[in-house]
Design a protein around this ligand. Structure first.
Ligand SMILES: Cc1cc2nc3c(=O)[nH]c(=O)nc-3n(C[C@H](O)[C@H](O)[C@H](O)COP(=O)(O)OP(=O)(O)OC[C@H]3O[C@@H](n4cnc5c(N)ncnc54)[C@H](O)[C@@H]3O)c2cc1C
Length: 114
């Protein structure tokens, strides 16, 4: 049997979560596809609500949605790791904990607000 195609999604922001949901729906019943989402945090941050935290109108936890809640029972492996480099030629994402081979990668690492 052919080895499963590996799709790695780097980052669970709006882009990564959206991509994960679309791909999971598309490949849910396909055992030939493995999807892994890697984020340095165990939760998605509702960035567009961040100003509410800055303005002391809400608690930081209220803008955090755990990936377990988003992808809980779904066919998507969420990994907590920080990726330090991506070898696009060798198709390998190098994390602090381990490396991740991929056939396809979606880079959704975003930007850092000051
Ligand atoms: C206060 C504020 C308000 C905003 N309001 C709006 C708005 O009203 N409307 C609008 O359209 N846009 C708004 N934006 C912009 C919007 O939030 C960004 O455009 C959007 O978050 C980008 O999404 P993204 O998925 O590309 O990246 P992000 O949301 O930044 O997500 C990146 C993810 O990747 C992870 N990550 C990054 N590097 C690594 C790494 N090396 N290893 C592992 N994980 C990593 C991070 O932990 C994060 O979860 C706002 C931004 C801010 C800061």
């Amino acid at each position: 049997m052919a080895e499963a195609k590996k799709i790695v999604i780097l980052g669970g922001g709006y882009g990564g979560v959206w991509a994960g949901k679309i791909l999971e729906k598309r490949f849910r019943k396909d055992s030939g596809v493995e999807i892994t989402l890697i984020d340095r945090k165990p939760f998605h941050t509702l960035m567009t609500e961040l100003h509410e935290v800055a303005g002391w109108r809400t608690e930081p936890e209220s803008v955090q949605v755990h990936f377990k809640k988003i992808f809980g029972a779904k066919k998507i492996d969420v990994v907590l790791d920080e990726v330090v480099s991506v070898d696009f030629k060798g198709k390998k994402a190098v994390g602090k904990a381990r490396s991740y081979d991929f056939d396809y990668i979606i880079v959704g690492a975003g930007a850092e607000p000051e």
